[in-house]
Design a protein around this ligand. Structure first.
Ligand code: APR
Length: 308
């Protein structure tokens, strides 16, 4: 008998709770919310279980403080750690969150050894790298969520500036999930038409600057915590491509082994996600300015990884 998908959410905070809700609404399978604050995990799960009858959802959700309950999960989405506060960069979280990742990696390795792991905890590229290293999982089974979110922010700002549906805007943001991420203007189109036909270079510079700072813009408005709706939705998009073998091409933080001149670290590049996980990295020609920007971003991620 084919078993139901089991999705383990490691961290039941703002993003974890939103992930659980989206898993239910999109019928992805059963959800286990795990958190060291087990009351948070159990309380959110209980609340969510009362949503199923309202929408007639086929959705079992439970909360736990015992990592053994993630046993044999098909997917683990990791948000455990601390979010940044106003004035902090994502990189300021590195030491605190590295300890959290080490501890949850052990639990994932022992209890869900065949799972596809999506890391959301910041600083993203370094934490995804650490997760793969600590679990020892195949590199195609550990991936970081950042490019989908950064690209969505770019698409939203472009659609707003041009006055078109977000559906028409196709874009890529590559590189690390930091202030030096690389919006790739040369591959950004509006229904196939180069974005430069719609907006001046000055306007595009302004939008790309806003994309780089969009996470901080949210943090400064919220005052406590960081973005959670859009990061959760972005991870769900990646998980759906894995669970349903959709073969979507998305920018994700993955282990690079020479692609784009980057070796031995995790960095945001275009990949295809299939039922195997990261099926392949798609290499596209970049302008020399884009290549330089990607190399600078990779250098920053490398520095963070060397702190670990
Ligand atoms: N094991 C399990 N859960 C943990 C652990 C741990 N070792 N350490 C912390 N947690 C839990 C916290 O108890 C909290 O419920 O992780 C959860 C984090 O939730 P929030 O503080 O609400 O943070 P959130 O907004 O969900 O962001 C989580 O994602 O985008 C990144 O920068 C963000 O690193 C942060 C992460």
């Amino acid at each position: 008998m084919r078993k139901r998908n089991k999705i383990a959410l490691i961290g039941a905070g703002q993003i974890g709770g939103t992930l659980a809700l989206l898993c239910g609404l999109r019928n992805l399978g059963d959800v286990v919310l795990f958190d060291i604050m087990d009351g948070t995990a159990k309380g959110k799960a209980l609340d969510l279980s009362h949503l199923s009858p309202v929408f007639s959802l086929d959705f079992n959700v439970s909360g736990t403080g015992d990592i053994k309950d993630i046993k044999d999960a098909d997917v683990c989405i990791v948000t455990s750690g601390v979010p940044r506060k106003p004035g902090m960069s994502r990189d300021d979280l590195v030491k605190t969150n590295a300890d959290v990742i080490r501890s949850v990696a052990k639990g994932i390795k022992e209890n869900a050894p065949n799972s596809f792991v999506v890391v959301i905890t910041n600083p993203l590229d370094a934490m995804a790298y650490l997760m793969q290293k600590e679990t020892g999982f195949p590199k195609e089974k550990v991936v970081g969520m950042a490019g989908v979110l950064d690209t969505a922010r770019y698409q939203a700002f472009l659609a707003d500036a041009i006055g078109v549906s977000v559906d028409c805007v196709n874009a890529f943001v590559l590189g690390g999930h930091g202030d030096d991420m690389v919006p790739v203007r040369s591959y950004t189109t509006v229904q196939g038409i180069p974005v430069t036909e719609f907006l001046s270079d000055e306007k595009l510079d302004e939008i790309e600057k806003r994309v780089r700072g969009a996470g901080a813009e949210v943090v400064n408005l919220l005052k406590t915590g960081s973005a959670f709706y859009s990061p959760a939705a972005s991870a769900i998009d990646m998980v759906e491509s894995y669970l349903f073998n959709q073969r979507k091409i998305r920018p994700c933080a993955v282990y690079c082994n020479g692609e784009y001149g980057v070796k031995g670290i995790y960095l945001g590049v275009p990949v295809m996600i299939s039922g195997k996980g990261v099926e392949k990295i798609i290499e596209i020609p970049l302008s020399s300015a884009e290549k330089d920007a990607l190399a600078a971003s990779a250098g920053r991620v490398q520095e963070l990884i060397s702190i670990l």
